[in-house]
Design a protein around this ligand. Structure first.
Ligand code: 5AD
Ligand code: SF4
Length: 612
């Protein structure tokens, strides 16, 4: 199918017909002059905007017109050109990024006539969003929804009543993608059963899989109407408008600076005690097995001021726990404030290296964490996912000192073998990783640790695998995320290494890692028996209506009976624990995943810190 688009470098990657090409050239000329007249060269953003506007008019989407339809197509094109965007539309969308310190405000937006999702008097379209993969995708779903809501869409949680179905997808392992292909089969069947009296159902693929497999999705799943990469969510209303005219529409351009800083995500559960705040996007680490740098693009940080504003807003809504989110949270580097551009780079964790040159300047993660934890002393702060290379001493010291920063660190090791770590391009050896663990434990006594591991990476021998087993035993993590290696196209491993560990060996090794991890985690968590834990109450336990569930400082699930307790005022009054309360629970049993205990009393973060 002739579906013309450009790649990130601005190259045309597939061809429309010659007629279409001519139309594009006719169209580009006056626009080029118009932008030139505005007195500045075309920025990257302006160029991509220009391209997407061109495709918004349907020039390069959808099938070629049949011979007889061609004249009508040209007339239609002229009519669309007459009502198309003006110079103002281009300029508004190419404004410079927000300066830090500036209040993020809702810009009064002029309605864009060619982008309206429903005509006046028409019923508003209902959108159903489905999320796959990591917490970043949950956050992206909220961003996509915030953008659509502002453009007049309604949300539904019933698939059957949706006019638009959007899947926010994950590409990290093949299994994740397979689940989405299967789901698409089901959804396209739903689409074809739609009654003629109803407006057609539109289906969109968003996120990492859209970025990775845009061609394949559009060709293989002809009933997919839109494909939008992780940096293209602002473009969703336009893509949907194109789709409404019966054409496929795609935008998979990656950005160097998109952080959606001004899009405050709409919290899906309004009474939630916890929320996630996105602080970085993309990744520059290029671990040899990982698709993320290719699907989510270059690492960039959201301006500090907009992060703090979101934390403040969550505090005003009564949220009690904020997790700072990103592919590489602790590489945070906000360069939006001029006075910090020349600041020296903090050191890496001792003995660690990166594949890229040290990045100088900008406000760093320790500064952000310090500021975020000062917004509300009753809000707990966590962060995920960090890279072990970015733990300078001042960061560890801040975590240890500040009462509302959780003493919990995720330190993804991936393997216990130096040889495999080198092949993975992780930038550390087994020894430097273990030295970091020791340093972290010395700096933050009682810290709770978690990690990610991959079983059966290219060239992994039985001896390498045993080294991972021994690392798991030595560190004794509280929580673990373990995966079988899944070869991903585009990655360095795909091009340079052999996926030579047979599937059954990968799975046997994975099972072994899981069982060793569980054994050690039960021991680590068993150390909490008889001790009291500060728990943020989330709500009723899933297993029993007479029990409540929450999380301790180390992010472990804690289950306890829903009974009356001292209300914490010291007056002797009693109360029932509510979601959002901090309570003390004495631990009576521990497994690798859950702690159980008895409720002692209500407390606050500050009070419990004072008693530590
Ligand atoms: N195969 C298996 N696991 C992977 N991860 C990333 N890429 C792959 C892959 N190709 C795991 C890593 C990472 C986590 C988010 O997913 O352990 O830390
Ligand atoms: Fe992937 Fe490595 Fe970046 Fe994590 S740090 S997202 S594993 S490339």
């Amino acid at each position: 199918m002739p579906f013309a688009r450009w790649d990130c470098a601005g190259r045309l990657v597939s061809h429309p017909s010659a007629t279409m090409m001519m139309m594009r050239m006719m169209l580009m000329q006056p626009l080029k002059h118009a932008l030139g007249a505005a007195g500045r060269p075309l920025s990257w953003a302006a160029r991509s905007e220009l391209r997407s506007r061109v495709s918004a008019w349907g020039l390069d989407a959808g099938p070629h017109p049949a011979k007889g339809e061609q004249k009508e197509g040209l007339e239609g094109f002229s009519a669309r050109l007459a009502t198309g965007p003006t110079l103002q539309h281009f300029l508004r969308n190419t404004a410079p990024p927000l300066e830090a310190g500036r209040q993020v405000t809702e810009e009064p937006e002029e309605p864009v006539p060619y982008l309206t999702s429903s005509a006046p008097g028409e019923a508003r379209r209902k959108v159903y969003l489905e999320t796959y993969g990591c917490q970043m995708n949950v956050n992206d779903t909220e961003i996509a929804w915030a953008i659509l809501q502002k453009n007049g869409y309604l949300r539904t949680n019933r698939l059957g009543e949706a006019d638009v179905i959007l899947l926010v997808t994950c590409s990290i392992r093949e299994k994740a993608e397979q689940a989405i292909w299967n789901r698409l089969q089901h959804l396209t069947a739903l689409k074809s059963k739609r009654l003629r009296t109803q407006a057609p159902l539109r289906i969109g693929i968003l996120g990492c899989m859209a970025e990775r497999l845009r061609e394949e999705i559009l060709h293989r799943e002809k009933l997919v109407d839109i494909v939008a990469g992780p940096d293209a969510y602002r473009d969703l209303p336009r893509l949907l408008a194109v789709a409404e005219s019966g054409q496929q529409a795609a935008n998979v351009l990656l950005s160097l600076d998109e952080t959606y800083a001004d899009v405050l995500p709409v919290q899906t559960s309004p009474n939630a005690t916890s929320a996630f705040v996105s602080i970085t996007r993309g990744c520059d680490n290029m671990c040899s097995y990982c698709i993320v740098p290719f699907t989510r693009g270059r690492e960039r940080s959201r301006p500090l001021a907009s992060i703090l504003q979101e934390v403040k807003m969550l505090s005003d809504q009564g949220v009690k726990e904020v997790t700072l989110l990103g592919q590489n949270v602790n590489s945070f580097r906000d360069t939006s404030e001029v006075q910090f551009r020349a600041a020296a780079a903090p050191g890496l964790s001792r003995g660690f290296s990166t594949i890229y040159k040290a990045k100088e300047g900008g406000l760093r993660f320790a500064h952000l964490l310090d500021q975020a934890s000062r917004v509300d002393p009753e809000i707990r702060i966590r962060f995920t996912s960090p890279h072990p290379k970015d733990f300078p001493d001042e960061l560890l010291q801040l975590i240890q000192e500040r009462h509302n920063i959780c003493n919990q660190l995720h330190l993804p090791a991936q393997s216990g073998s130096t040889r495999v770590l080198e092949a993975m391009r992780r930038g550390y050896t087994r020894e430097t990783y273990l030295a970091l663990i020791q340093h972290v434990r010395d700096s933050i006594p009682g810290v709770s640790l978690s990690s990610d591991f991959i079983a059966g990476f290219c060239g992994e021998t039985e001896d390498d695998h045993q080294q991972t087993v021994s690392l798991l035993r030595e560190v004794r993590y509280n929580t673990g995320f373990l995966f079988a290696y899944s070869m991903r196209q585009k990655t360095r491993a795909y091009h340079r290494l052999q996926d030579d560990v047979p599937a059954e060996v990968k799975h046997r090794r994975l099972e072994e890692l899981i069982s060793v991890f569980r054994e050690e985690a039960s021991r680590a968590n068993g150390a909490m028996l008889g001790r009291s834990q500060l728990v943020l109450v989330e709500g009723p336990s899933k297993r029993s209506a007479t029990e409540l569930c929450g999380r301790n400082d180390g992010n472990l699930r804690v289950v306890f009976p829903d009974v009356e307790m001292e209300d914490g005022t010291g007056s002797g009054a009693v109360a029932r624990a509510q979601p959002g309360d901090y309570v003390l629970v004495k631990i009576t049993s521990a497994s690798s995943q859950t702690l159980k205990g008895v409720l002692l009393r209500c407390t606050s973060l500050r009070e419990s810190a004072a008693c530590r």
